[in-house]
Design a protein around this ligand. Sequence first.
Ligand SMILES: Cc1ncc(C[n+]2csc(CCOP(=O)(O)OP(=O)(O)O)c2C)c(N)n1
Length: 560
Amino acid sequence: MKGAKMLIELLKREGVEVIFGYPGGAVIDIYDVLFDTPEIKHVLVRHEQGAAHAADGYARTTGKVGVCIATSGPGATNLTTGLATAYMDSVPVVAITGQVPTKLIGKDAFQEADVTGITMPITKHNFLVTHIEELPIIVREAFHIASTGRPGPVLIDLPKDVQQQEAEFTFPEKVEIPGYRPTYQGHINQINLAAQAIEKAQKPLLYIGGGVIAAGASGALRELAEKTEIPVTHTLMGKGAFPEHHRLSLGMLGMHGTYWANKAIMNCDLLIAVGARFDDRVTGNLKTFARNTETIIHIDIDPAEIGKNVKTHIPIVGDARLVLEELLKRVESKKHPEWIQEIEGWKKEYQPPRKESAKLLPHTVVEKVYQATKGKAIVVTDVGQHQMWAAQIYLLDEPRCWASSGGLGTMGYGLPAAVGAQIGNPDKLVVLFSGDGSIMMKIQELVTACNYCLPIKIFVLNNSYLGMVRQWQGCFYKGRYSCTQLKNPDLAQLARAFGAEGISVKNEAELEEAINKALSIEDRPVLVDCHIEEEENVYPFVPPGKSLDEMILWEPGKEG
Ligand SMILES: Cc1ncc(C[n+]2csc(CCOP(=O)(O)OP(=O)(O)O)c2C)c(N)n1
C-alpha cells in the first residue's frame, strides 16, 4: 500500500470522521486518496490557519481529536498560529503537513520549511517520517500523545516521497512510548492530606480550569462541591465545567472576573486548584495572590504545572476525575454557612451597575442573544473586549459549550473555530461573538461556512476600535489612541457578498428582530453587525500587576 493511502487508512482506524485542510503540491497524493474516501469528510478551508483553528474548535466542543492538513512550506507555516493556540489551551489536535522529498530536505527545495523545527515549541510532540515503515506507529503515537495526559497538538511531517513509497499495511495494536507515561492515579497519601485539609478548612474555595473539562471531571467536581459546600470559581478555560447558575458558582475569576470571586480568592483559607495553571490573567500580582490562604492544593495531570507560578502545599499529580473521585470517598459532608454568607455579602456589596445609553451597549447584545438562545448555544469567541463580555454575561451550565482562545489570545480564532464546532455538532446552535478587528483577521472562512451551509450565528460587537487595546490606551497611556481606530467595511454587505445573511443593527429596537431572524435561518451563516457604543470599557478590571482586590469596579467618575 502507498504511504498516502496508508495514512488515510490509519486515520480511519483512529476514528477520524473529518479533516480540515487545504491542498498543495506536497500533499497532493493524500488528497488523491481522499477523493475516494467518502468515510472521511474533508472540509476545505480558505487559509491553513483556519484549518488548525477549525480542528481546535471541533476538538474543544466534541472531546474528539481534531485533525488538520496542510502542504509543505507556506501551508505548514500558516498552521502555526493555530497550533500554538491549541498548545496553550491543551487542545488535542493532530496536524499533518506535507514535506519536500527526503533527498531534498535541507537543500532549500521549493516550498521547504523546517516544520518540525518551527513547531517544536508549540506542539506537544512532532514527527518527521523518513521511512514508510514508521508511518503506522507514528500515526498511532500521534493520536495517543495528543489525547492522553495533558492533551495538546501533535504534528506529523510527511515527505512527498514517503507518501509515494509502498509497504504492507499494519496497525500496531499497542502504543507504548518509552518515557511517556502520564500519571492518572493521584498519590493516595496526598489525597488523604487533601481530605484532611478540606476537613479543617473554614473558608475553602475551588478554583477550576480547562483541565476539568479535558478530564471529564465536571460530575465529580460538582459532587465534591455540593458534598463539602465549597464555592467554585472558574477560569476562562473552565467555563461550563461547573454550572454557572449553581448556588455555589462564583463565576470567573481574575482580570475581568467577578468581584466576589476575586474577594473569595483573597480571603479563603484553603484553595483547591483543579486543572488550572495559575495564569497571570488569573493571579494578578503573584506576591499578594491568595495572601490569606494557609494551604494550596493543586491537582493537575501535568507535573510541570505544579509549583510553576505559586507555592503548592499539597501537590497531586493525576487525572482530575480520578483524583476527585478518590477525594470524594474521603471527605465528610460539610457546611460552611458563615463563609457562604460572607461571599453573599460581597455579592450584595457590589452588583455591576446597569448603564443607560441611547446607543447600543455590548452587554445588551450578549444578554439578548443569551435570552433568545436560552443559554443553550455553543459559544465561540474571538479575542478582545467582546470575549470578556461574552464570558461575563453568557452563563453556561455544561462543559464543551465554550471555545475561546485563552492562553494565546488569538484574534481570528473565532470564525474558523465556530466552523469546526458546527461541523462537529451539526444539531446544535453555534453562536460566535467577535469584534470588528477580530472578524477581519479570518473573514475568508465565511466562505467555508457558506460552502458547507453552516448556520453559525455571528454577532460582531462593532465598536470601530481594537477595543481592548483602546481600553488599555485609555487607562494607562493617557488616552493616546495610537492606531486602534478602525475604518471598517460594511460587514453586513460583506457577509452577503460571501453568500451569508448580513444584518446591520444600530440600536436596541433593531436588535431583537435581527436576533430572531438570525435564529430562524438554518441553511447558511448569518452575520449580525452590531454597532455598539464605541468607547465602552470592560469592568470589573484588575490592572496588570495589581492584586485581585485592587479591582477597578466601574468607569471612574461614572458611579460608586
Ligand atoms: C493575532 C492578534 N493580534 C493582536 C492581538 C492584540 N489584541 C488583543 S485584543 C485586541 C483588540 C481586539 O479588537 P476587536 O476584535 O475589535 O475586539 P474588541 O476588543 O473591540 O471587542 C488586539 C489588537 C491579538 N490578541 N491577536
